[in-house]
Design a protein around this ligand. Structure first.
Ligand code: TXE
Length: 478
């Protein structure tokens, strides 16, 4: 597959002609090329987005609704090809990629209806004045997305940006640009208005950075690592750009002694290892009340040892390949670090070389115990199929350990005690708290993290508000 830029309604190579190799994680081999764009390509995309700005902003909501639904239809109609491309490009199991393609289409449908329903406030000031808020499109906005849930997160940003009336320059991760490319092709097929959505490909520090630095791009919505988010903020903040940052996590998955343990364990397998642990919401710290610690430990170790790691195309594969050589090396380095920090590996801890995929980047689901709650392994994001077990003695200690990292994205807790659940939820320093569930999503809810997990929220009206500029209009009544 040769991945091109989609600019002004056409597929184009990078202006410099430069390309990058694209790797298949399951084989570790190059299987295609991707345009290696730079600031000249961003400038070109900007001219297209700027030219389309007025007309898209003034397109009636019914029309925007129709176009966003048409994008959803295009993904649905070609779901299997999208899923195959996603799985090959990212390393994730094909069955999981299929689910994610359903969600990518849903993102467009959800924000298509938002375009129709979005409204703004009015404030009556006694009998003196009436204020109303205009929420106008920002203009040209930038969306930068990561490699873990490629089309799912790409569409999660683009859809509200378009629904709110902006034109968009979007950059998928250089590791996983295949489905964004297919989306660009789908735009051409359905005659999506030229310049409204533009997709540029290439390296983050080169083309991503050019987007962040571009004076005309007035808002940046970014999902990725905390270090990259910090860097982006340092450039965008002095330019007073609107910024939405969805960054890393080190999420606690807390099981109390009064939990429905079977239910908790069933979900915990996913919380720990779904998508090779490459989900910012994964519960990488499994915290268990000391009275049930041994039971939970034995069960999760058993489950981890029985998850099939290998060929992403096989239906019974539970853990696919790690996205890139560099990320594979990073995850393995963290496993080594955990040993140096005094941890005991109870399951996994090693690379896996599945038959027929010996040169791919696979890591066994790994369970570690015996680490202090404040060591690096327990406070830094690993973002792989690696969890640590941490016992706690009571609610107070559980809360202290859970909150003892710089991250604050998502916490999961398992308890049948209603008052405890609410008490914990109120005191956990996280943007999302799941009680007796995990990754149960309602697209209307605010989504994002506290502390170093980000700034701002996505989802529902939060996203529509982010992608619009509020203007208060005050009319005197006398
Ligand atoms: O992501 P980057 P990386 C975490 C995870 C992972 C770590 C680093 O812990 O190990 O981040 O991953 C673009 N200006 N998450 O380095 O670099 C890049 O091209 C503008 C958590 O691979 O943050 C890509 O499109 N853009 C996470 C996007 O940023 C830049 C998901 C994300 O890549 C840029 C992924 C720059 N200077 C990793 N540099 C989550 N929150 O879900 C890079 N990019």
């Amino acid at each position: 597959m040769h991945i091109l830029n989609y600019i002004n309604g056409t597929m184009q190579a990078a202006l410099s002609g430069a390309i990058l190799d694209n790797f298949e994680p399951a084989t570790g081999q190059v299987y295609g090329q991707i345009a290696d764009s730079d600031n000249a390509d961003v400038a070109l995309a900007f001219e297209a987005a700027k030219a389309a700005k007025e007309s898209w902003a003034n397109t009636p909501a019914e029309e925007k609704f129709k176009w966003l639904n048409a994008l959803a239809d295009a993904i649905d109609a070609d779901r299997e090809n999208f899923a195959i491309a996603e799985s090959r490009d990212q390393g994730k199991p094909l069955w999981l990629a299929r689910n994610e393609m359903i969600r990518a289409a849903q993102n467009f449908r959800f924000f298509a209806t938002a375009a129709m329903q979005f409204a703004s406030e009015s404030h009556a000031t006694e009998n003196k004045a009436i204020n109303y808020t205009l929420r106008q499109p920002i203009g040209v906005v930038g969306c930068i997305s990561p490699w873990n849930l490629p089309l799912y997160l790409f569409s999660w940003k683009i859809a509200p940006a378009l629904a709110a009336g902006n034109t968009v320059i979007a950059k998928p991760s250089e590791f996983t640009a295949a489905t964004a490319h297919l989306l660009g092709e789908a735009c051409i097929k359905i005659g999506f208005p030229a310049g409204v959505l533009n997709i540029v490909n290439g390296l983050g520090p080169k083309v991503g950075q050019a987007m962040v630095e571009h004076k005309g791009i007035k808002a940046i919505s970014f999902t990725g690592g905390t270090a990259t988010g910090k860097h982006i903020a340092s450039i965008a903040a002095p330019m007073f750009k609107k910024l939405s940052l969805e960054l890393g996590g080190k999420n606690p998955n807390i099981i109390f002694e009064d939990a429905d343990i079977e239910k908790a364990l069933k979900t915990t397998v996913n919380t720990s290892f779904l998508n090779q642990g490459e989900i910012c919401l994964c519960g990488s710290r499994l915290m268990v009340h000391e009275s049930i610690y041994e039971i939970v430990k034995n069960r999760i170790v058993h489950e981890a040892n029985n998850l099939k790691v290998g060929n992403p195309k096989e239906e019974n594969t539970r853990v696919g390949a790690i996205v890139s050589q560099q990320h594979y090396d990073k995850v393995l380095a963290y496993i080594e670090l955990s040993k140096e920090e005094g941890g005991t590996i109870l399951a996994g801890g090693t690379p896996v070389f599945p038959e027929g995929f010996e040169s791919g980047w696979f890591i066994a689901p790994t369970v570690i115990e015996g680490l202090s709650a404040t060591c690096r392994t327990n406070t830094e994001e690993i973002f792989g199929p690696v969890i640590t077990l941490i016992p706690f003695k009571d609610e107070e200690e559980a809360l202290a350990i859970a909150n003892a990292t710089e991250y604050g994205l998502a916490a999961t807790l398992w308890t049948e005690n209603l008052t405890r659940a609410h008490r914990m939820a109120a005191n956990l320093e996280f943007g999302i708290v799941w009680i007796n569930c995990w990754l149960l999503r309602d697209l209307r809810t605010p989504f994002g993290g506290a502390k170093s997990s980000g700034v701002g929220r996505e989802g529902g009206w939060e996203a529509m508000r982010f992608f619009t500029e509020p203007k208060n209009v005050c009319i005197a009544l006398s």
